[in-house]
Design a protein around this ligand. Structure first.
Ligand SMILES: NC(=O)c1ccc[n+]([C@@H]2O[C@H](COP(=O)([O-])OP(=O)(O)OC[C@H]3O[C@@H](n4cnc5c(N)ncnc54)[C@H](O)[C@@H]3O)[C@@H](O)[C@H]2O)c1
Ligand SMILES: [Zn+2]
Length: 366
């Protein structure tokens, strides 16, 4: 495909968050054009490409070549793949490498990878010289539909996830669906948990489409990613600082999901897998507290299973451990529970009359 043919099939989403406007470009084969796209919005000479070992192996060469041919000087910084790299120490080490490479206030950062790279590279961009521009190139489905949107960046500490961070909106996001071809199936499927969550809270039509989804067509995937970006960015735009409760709707399924993730020491389940179980639990609570029809809960379970996502806990998995992990959830602050429920697919609301017993009951039913 020549550049003109590529251009025709690029979808563009304009986003305005925290008073900053930026574009999300979606398409196939966009990586080759990266330098040209970056040139249009960034008049800075140097950049760091931050990536992990897995992702860099596949795509760093292409990214660097495209930037070089557009006249940028790019330094590749690789970190080990995985959540354990998302630390303050690793962020510090990246900054040190950027200093050694001579990057300064006139530089920018490109995050090339999944949510881990998006979060840590965004955090580095937020603190380096008190903030330099950030370009996101998400390479997982989860990062495309979720973590690359909204400007939340950060790292973990021994006490919990994302405890240190900053809000730093990207200057550009490039979603090249071709990059998802090398993603292991389990990683690909976990992204669908967030997609299904978006459908449940905001888009009954997308829910229907997913019920007959066949993976294969890159254009269909591009359109699906585009739709999810619009759903998340619209919700974020209404409540950028997490104040009105609107953004909290994105936490549907996450109260129990996070507790399951933690109870499994972040190893047993991927985030999307834990979320899938959390969605089933949230549906059980919704039947009790929001009159969700049981057949809609069954449709949700069928849909999750269609993407090989878990909907039952393994028999020997300690429920007690999940109950304990629940206490770490931010939503339990001051003993108050704000729980997101769905009265019917396509709609969600926050309730504060959900009890801890309701949640325990829902977990026990998994
Ligand atoms: N900032 C936010 O708003 C937000 C929202 C949701 C999640 N997150 C964060 O996102 C992270 C999870 O993101 P993730 O699931 O993308 O994890 P990840 O970045 O660890 O990627 C998953 C795995 O897939 C590999 N990989 C990535 N792209 C690949 C590709 N194209 N081909 C082959 N392998 C590839 C990675 O090397 C890694 O091993 C968590 O740290 C979570 O806290 C942030
Ligand atoms: Zn999530």
């Amino acid at each position: 495909m020549g550049p003109d043919a590529i251009e025709e099939r690029v979808s563009k989403v304009a986003v305005s968050h925290s008073g900053q406007r930026y574009r999300i470009l979606l398409g196939e084969g966009l990586l080759k054009q990266l330098g040209t796209y970056a040139r249009k919005i960034i008049l800075r000479p140097t950049c760091a490409i931050i990536s992990d070992n897995n992702v860099a192996r596949f795509f760093a060469g292409r990214v660097k070549r495209s930037l070089t041919s557009a006249g940028f000087k790019a330094t590749l910084i690789k970190i080990p793949a995985g959540e354990t790299s998302k630390t303050l120490k690793q962020a510090g080490a990246i900054c040190e490498q950027m200093i050694i490479a001579g990057l300064d206030r006139q530089s920018f950062v490109i995050g090339l990878g999944g949510g881990v790279i998006g979060d840590i590279s965004g955090f580095v961009a937020a603190i380096y010289h008190r903030g330099i521009p950030h370009i996101q190139i998400p390479t997982t489905l989860l990062a495309m539909v979720d973590s690359s949107i909204g400007g939340k960046t950060g790292v973990n500490t021994a006490d919990g996830k994302n405890l240190i961070g900053a809000v730093h909106q990207p200057s550009l996001v490039i979603d090249d669906v071709d990059l998802l071809k090398t993603l292991p199936p389990r990683e690909f499927n976990q992204g669908f948990a967030e997609v299904i969550k978006h459908a449940i809270i905001a888009d009954a039509k997308m829910f229907k489409q997913l019920q007959s989804w066949e993976t294969g067509s890159p254009l269909a995937l591009q359109q699906l990613v585009c739709r999810n970006i619009k759903i998340k960015s619209k919700i974020v735009a209404k409540d950028e600082r997490d104040r009105t409760g609107e953004r909290a709707l994105l936490n549907f399924g996450h109260t129990v999901g996070h507790a399951i993730e933690r109870a499994g020491n972040y190893r047993k389940f991927l985030h999307g897998e834990a979320l899938s179980l959390g969605i089933v639990a949230a549906c059980a609570v919704s039947i009790k507290r929001a009159a969700l029809a049981p057949r809609q809960r069954d449709a949700v379970i069928d849909l999750l299973q269609r993407f090989d996502l878990p909907t039952r806990l393994p028999k020997n998995f300690s429920r007690e451990k999940i109950f304990k992990a629940l206490k770490f959830d931010k939503k339990f602050e001051a003993g108050k529970i704000r729980f997101v429920v769905t009265p019917r697919v396509g709609v969600a609301c926050l309730r504060n009359d959900v009890t801890l017993e309701d949640i325990h009951e829902a977990i026990n039913s998994l």
